[in-house]
Design a protein around this ligand. Structure first.
Ligand SMILES: Nc1ncnc2c1ncn2[C@@H]1O[C@H](COP(=O)(O)OP(=O)(O)O)[C@@H](O)[C@H]1O
Ligand SMILES: [Mg+2]
Length: 353
């Protein structure tokens, strides 16, 4: 899958652009605060309809104007899809090939950005989200289960607050959907661990990564384990008025050589872990979907510096399709064949050829 053409209107500081990309490596070069991240953010937004660095989509509209538009031509297994996105306070729409899509799944993007390294160490919600998003990509039904789970959670919390017996019905629904979510996560974690332990990582990586599900769930007995956890916490839940058990509270832990990453790994090791996770995710994605997702590597200046030594990054690039790399240093682009370079200055983007 790759983006052939992108047209942007009024997205953050980018006013009007019409760009054609290579299906290999696209470098986005420019000084700080010129719009490099804004540019890749527009690509990420086109995939997820939200940003990776802001919870408020309103922030993405250019501050002098009241709407933004993104139009893309995405080639997916030789089929070309035309995607049109319009966003304003009053009106949002998305169109694929002239129609409103039922399920929007026409562009898959994997992103790596520097802040992720800290988020992964510090926030369980970020770790859950990372795994959940990876599963959404290869199992579209997962998002439906997830939405149903969240709906039940909201209902149960309402009844818990009212101290009503009816919360029992919602608890059973939560156990149903929650078990499905946990089972999918266990399966995914086990696939990623197999990739971490497989030949691909063995030949390049001296470090040993493992993911573990916090509650020691076992695939075959998840339902019973979750039921038990709910009964253990129910008295407290009634006092507090909200749900304390379930996949929205679980954690997924990263280990480096059997030590928990948060408290043990150095900054560099954490970064390697995140890059390795993304590589494993992409390898699995390719295996399931038969093609590569679009990869965004934001702010890779320091990484590219050590490119020759950075086996992990090299591995990732060898196992990707279309890539967008932002960096402040144009000299870093020399060693890559099949690449196209774009310069960003004050929100304007131009191809350097
Ligand atoms: N909604 C917006 N409207 C106009 N400019 C914006 C908006 N949001 C951010 N900017 C500007 O974008 C610039 C930062 O762009 P960014 O892509 O983060 O830079 P970098 O090239 O360092 O990645 C800043 O100058 C900021 O003021
Ligand atoms: Mg940036």
């Amino acid at each position: 899958m790759f983006i052939e053409n992108l047209r942007i209107d009024n997205f953050r500081n980018i006013n009007k652009e019409n760009l054609y990309f290579t299906n290999k490596i696209n470098f986005i070069i420019g000084n700080n605060a010129q719009g490099k991240t804004n540019f890749v953010e527009s690509i990420y937004f086109s995939a997820f309809l939200k940003s990776f660095r802001s919870n408020k989509n309103i922030d993405l509209i250019n501050k002098n104007i009241d709407f933004f538009k993104i139009n893309l031509k995405v080639v997916d297994n030789k089929v070309k899809n035309i995607i049109k996105i319009y966003f304003s306070k009053e009106k949002k729409y998305i169109e694929v090939n002239g129609k409103k899509p039922e399920n929007y799944k026409y562009l898959n993007v994997v992103v790596f950005y520097p802040d992720e390294v800290n988020c992964i160490s510090n926030f369980p919600s970020f770790r859950r989200n990372l795994i959940d998003k990876s599963i959404f990509y290869i199992n579209y039904n997962y998002i439906n289960i997830y939405r149903k789970y969240l709906r039940c959670l909201k209902q149960r919390n309402i009844f818990l607050k009212k101290n009503s017996k009816d919360e029992d019905y919602w608890k059973n629904q939560l156990i149903n959907y929650g078990s499905e979510i946990i089972r999918e996560r266990i399966k995914y974690i086990s696939k990623i661990n197999n990739i971490f332990n497989g030949d691909f990582f063995k030949k390049t990586n001296s470090e040993n990564y493992t993911l573990k599900y916090s509650n020691n769930y076992i695939e075959e007995t998840v339902e019973d384990q979750l039921t038990e956890e709910f009964s253990r916490k129910e008295t407290r839940e009634r006092q507090l008025g909200y749900t304390l058990a379930g996949p929205h509270k679980d954690d997924i832990l990263f280990y480096l050589d059997d030590q928990p990453v948060e408290s043990f790994a150095s900054q560099g090791q954490k970064r390697s872990l995140v890059i390795s996770y993304k590589t494993a995710q992409i390898l699995d994605y390719k295996c399931v979907q038969g093609h590569y997702p679009v990869l965004i590597l934001d702010d890779m200046t320091s990484e590219l510096d050590t490119h020759r030594k950075n086996v992990l990054l090299e591995n990732l690039l060898e196992n990707s399709g279309q890539v967008f790399i932002t960096s402040t240093d144009i000299n870093q682009t020399n060693s890559f064949a099949d690449s196209k370079v774009f310069r960003v200055a004050n929100g304007s983007i131009s191809s350097v050829d």
